[in-house]
Design a protein around this ligand. Structure first.
Ligand SMILES: C[S@@+](CC[C@H](N)C(=O)[O-])C[C@H]1O[C@@H](n2cnc3c(N)ncnc32)[C@H](O)[C@@H]1O
Length: 181
């Protein structure tokens, strides 16, 4: 659990990660499931979100899937939040926990993957309006907008894959128009 930290964004003092409902909200995104949207105009370079992972996975190659152990160890509310995330099963043998991890995971260090309750709702664009970086000291993924956002605009990040990989691993055809093959 990270200690809440105060940030000043656009004259509002925020306690991390309480930007939900103030700067951003989760809504349906046409053809993409859910997405994260700006609730107001947000100047470039604002702190949009600083969130600790719901689940982290460091795979040590044990026979028992350490992901199942990590998910089972969550509180019922956090386990429910994990299981409610979207999942694209890219192989029939993949477990639901694994599909959720692969569809929603971010690298949080060299060998660690993190899944986030809110950040994992952000959709992809090859020309994204937000950038993110893992902050080791805070133990949070920090998101800032790289251009001005208007109220109601969807936040996007680049998942870091070309078109074919987005289809194969996330199950969607990117139609942003700037994809690389
Ligand atoms: C990390 S989740 C993003 C949140 C997700 N939309 C949800 O409803 O929870 C990744 C999934 O979102 C969808 N997605 C993300 N970016 C998309 C895009 N540009 N076009 C279509 N679907 C997208 C795909 O289903 C993908 O597997």
């Amino acid at each position: 659990m990270t200690t809440p930290i105060e940030y000043i964004v656009d004259d509002i003092v925020l306690r991390s990660p309480e930007t939900l409902g103030i700067l951003i909200e989760v809504q349906r995104s046409v053809g993409k499931g859910y997405g994260v949207f700006a609730t107001k105009n947000i100047p470039v370079g604002s702190l949009i979100l600083s969130e600790a992972p719901l689940v982290v996975l460091i795979d040590h190659g044990s026979r028992v899937d350490p992901l199942d152990t990590a998910v089972n160890a969550l509180s019922p509310a956090r386990r429910k939040a994990y299981r409610r995330l979207c999942s694209y099963r890219h192989r029939p043998s993949e477990t639901l926990n694994r599909s959720i991890l692969y569809s929603n995971g971010f690298a949080v260090g060299e060998t660690t993957t993190g899944v986030f309750e809110l950040a994992s709702r952000i959709n992809h664009s090859c020309t994204p309006n937000c950038a993110f970086a893992w902050n080791e000291e805070l133990g949070t993924m920090v998101f800032k907008n790289c251009c001005e956002l208007s109220q109601g605009q969807e936040l996007t990040i680049n998942y870091g894959h070309h078109k074919g990989h987005l289809k194969k691993f996330y199950g969607f055809e990117c139609d942003c128009g700037s994809c690389t093959e």
